[in-house]
Design a protein around this ligand. Sequence first.
Ligand code: PLP
Length: 427
Amino acid sequence: MERQDDHDNRGKTTLGENTRAVRLPSGPAVNERPVRIPVHRSTTYEFATSQEYADVLDGVSRGYSYARIDTPTAEAFAHALAAMEGAGLDREVRGQAFASGMAAISTTLLALTAAGSHIVASRAIYGNTYSLLDGLLRRFGVRTDFVDITDLEAVRAAVRPETAVIFTETLSNPTMTVSDLPALAGIASDAGARLVVDSTFASPAVCRPLEHGADIVLHSATKYIGGHSDATGGVVVGDPNTVATIRSARIDLGPSLAPDEAFLLHRGLETLPLRVARQCATAAEFAAAVAGHPAVERIDYPGLPTHPGHETALRLFDTGRFGGTVTVTPHGGRDAGMAFADGLRLATIAASLGGTHTLVGHVGSTTHRQLDDATLLTSGIGPGAVRFAIGIEDPADLIADALASLDRCAEEWESAGQAGIDLGTSQ
Ligand SMILES: *Cc1c(COP(=O)(O)O)cnc(C)c1O
């Protein structure tokens, strides 16, 4: 069974130059223990025997065969995230890494449903999750009812015998709605359904939904987990059996996380608590400071006692952390909101959240552009709403930037003869 050792570069060889070129020596085997996880880019792995190869494919022995199936780098990332999400549990939690947040969501929902299944989902969810549920999955016979997830009676009433999944987000955009996870977990378990939670906006540094009864937690790792706006990925964690089902679906569907991205996302985890603690503290300071400006009609931030999700957030979130996103709605509707965002000098107009830079977006013309003003209002969103995804800049600079833009907006509306803004108390 011993193969000819072409990897030894000592002595003469009878092999041709091309054969030698593709069988270059792999270097001395040292018992290396790098502090940082290596990037394993190989798409395929060598076995000593056919039996060893077959055993790895069958799961009889642990190992790697082919990169779509598993790579050590992607596994290390999923394992690390499972440890973070499961930190408060005394049962085993496993993870699977994906090429994007949507890859994690679509694969999970395909794995947990079949034609005829029913899903109860929050109406306030990420746009592509909504269209996945309302479009693609419906075509395959999976029906979804969308409900106000804070109305527990409505959730209970929507459940049917064929309900397989209750889907929500820990914190949802742009009103920062907080889901009552223990109550939803109770409804799901009574119904024999699984509670699947997209916890992207919270991250495990704010809330760990498995501790509150969720069956599956998933993330767009592109946001807080990566944290630097330079890597796209997703991750799913939960009990070993369910995660094994999701893993099989991932292998069949193919949206596995690339090793370079896995490296960056794994590195992001090291500073996740540091970054998120700061982003939450800045967001709280920012929300309180901006709320006092006379041009502001409304602020959505669960750290404010006036927010409808404040009590639930106090119960479920880590002390003093209410997330890093704040939605500011100035008086004056859609145009005022766009002018407010355009007038910012420091905060950048861009999609996404969770990175080191503060990013803003006018909600009605971006993430919720399919909705007209009336529909926005029935969803509790002002047509002028601007979402701030707070970064790690100095809070005073971000606050000064927002107040200056609000001042400019207020002056413009004043000179245009718009009523309703009392600049007497402007700061
Ligand atoms: C960004 C996001 C997603 C999608 O993640 P991608 O990595 O862009 O595929 C899903 N859910 C939420 C809440 C998000 O913010």
